[in-house]
Design a protein around this ligand. Structure first.
Ligand SMILES: Cc1ncc(COP(=O)(O)O)c(C=O)c1O
Length: 334
């Protein structure tokens, strides 16, 4: 099977496994685990942010980010397709007693203008607008990328209105390799940024939440409460350090293959439209077939993808999908 359901399906490479097996470890809850501290410090420096904290999942990193920057009854402003709203099991309500203000926006991206217009006035009828969440790259938008210029404008609106700004950067490195921008341009624009290592970067587990210094004590406390304080976690952090050294530049390969795949899909049967392919996600809108039937037909020919809404299917390229696999799919589509 060629599995393009997600970039989360990859398995650690032999080099990554070696790095994990030889990691120096300690009890991270008692005294800090040395390899995890190394990863946290390296990322904080890379993004020019004060502090970083390791998490077992992107969902937990996002949920802690929401919790530490809001109070119960507050409102979070985000796109209606954002992961923090759509795919985290209602966590913002359950964990932090928040409600969302859901915005429209081109391929999952909100703008400074729509954020500005959505901030509630100081009136006891309304929830207090306290946090803006953006996602980069944007999964439901087909891996779309925010421009740094727009992010700066959103930051300005947040500053003018006393709001914090969070980035769900599960696939932020996909955006960075594509635009050529430097991580240190991003950190100063946000209060918190979450980054996943278990997606395009190929680690089995691991996310990091970057944050401003004043948020750190609360983040440590809430992570512990949610069960995210882990012990000899350096075995996992070592995989993430390995990914930082070996798997960032190669994301361009995933993007190249995704573009070729998107092009081929656009000429293939049942495909009405392919969303622009900016990174490693290809979303096709179907015509004359349901996603379930399309996926079944693909599966019979050895390819897996996932349904993405009522009329669409998503393919994601990744570390375990090479040129040979791409050739097989191209032949099959012809
Ligand atoms: C944009 C985005 N944010 C957050 C997550 C959550 O990551 P995890 O599956 O590690 O909880 C995902 C997972 O697919 C994602 O695509």
């Amino acid at each position: 099977m060629i599995d393009l359901r997600s970039d989360t399906i990859t398995k650690p490479t032999p080099g990554m496994l070696d790095a994990m097996m030889s990691a120096e470890v300690g009890d991270d809850v008692f005294d800090g685990d040395p390899t995890t501290s190394l990863l946290q410090n390296r990322l904080a420096e890379m993004f020019r942010m004060d502090k970083a904290l390791f998490f077992p999942s992107g969902t937990m990193a996002n949920q802690v980010a929401l919790r530490i920057q809001t109070n119960p009854q507050d409102e979070v402003i985000c796109h209606k397709h954002s992961h923090i709203y759509l795919y985290e099991g209602g966590g913002m309500a359950a964990n932090s007693q928040l409600s969302p203000k859901l915005l429209e926006g081109d391929r999952g991206r909100i703008t400074a203008e729509t954020v500005d217009a959505s901030i509630n006035s100081d009136d006891i009828h309304y929830p207090k607008s306290s946090l803006v969440g953006i996602e980069n790259t944007m999964n439901r938008g087909g891996g779309s990328i925010y421009s740094l210029e727009e992010i700066m404008k959103i930051r300005k609106v947040c500053d003018e209105n006393g709001l914090n700004l969070h980035m769900d950067g599960a696939r932020l490195f996909n955006a960075l390799v594509e635009t050529g921008e430097n991580p240190d341009e991003y950190g100063p624009l946000f209060d918190t940024i979450s980054i996943c290592f278990s997606k395009g970067l190929g680690a089995p587990i691991g996310s990091v939440l970057l944050m401003k210094r004043e948020l750190y004590p609360k983040a440590l406390r809430v992570r512990k409460m949610m069960g995210g304080g882990m012990r000899q976690v350096g075995y996992l952090a070592a995989a993430c350090l390995y990914a930082l050294d070996h798997h960032i530049d190669r994301l361009k390969e995933d993007h190249r293959r995704a573009r070729i795949l998107g092009e081929a899909l656009s000429k293939s049967q049942y495909v009405q439209n392919v969303l622009p392919v900016d990174t490693n996600i290809v979303i096709v809108e179907l015509n004359g077939i349901t996603p379930a039937d399309y996926l079944e037909t693909l599966a019979k020919k050895g390819v897996k993808a996932v349904a993405f809404g009522a009329n669409a299917v998503r393919f994601v390229t990744h570390l375990d999908f090479g040129d040979n696999d791409l050739e097989i799919i191209l032949t099959l589509l012809k």
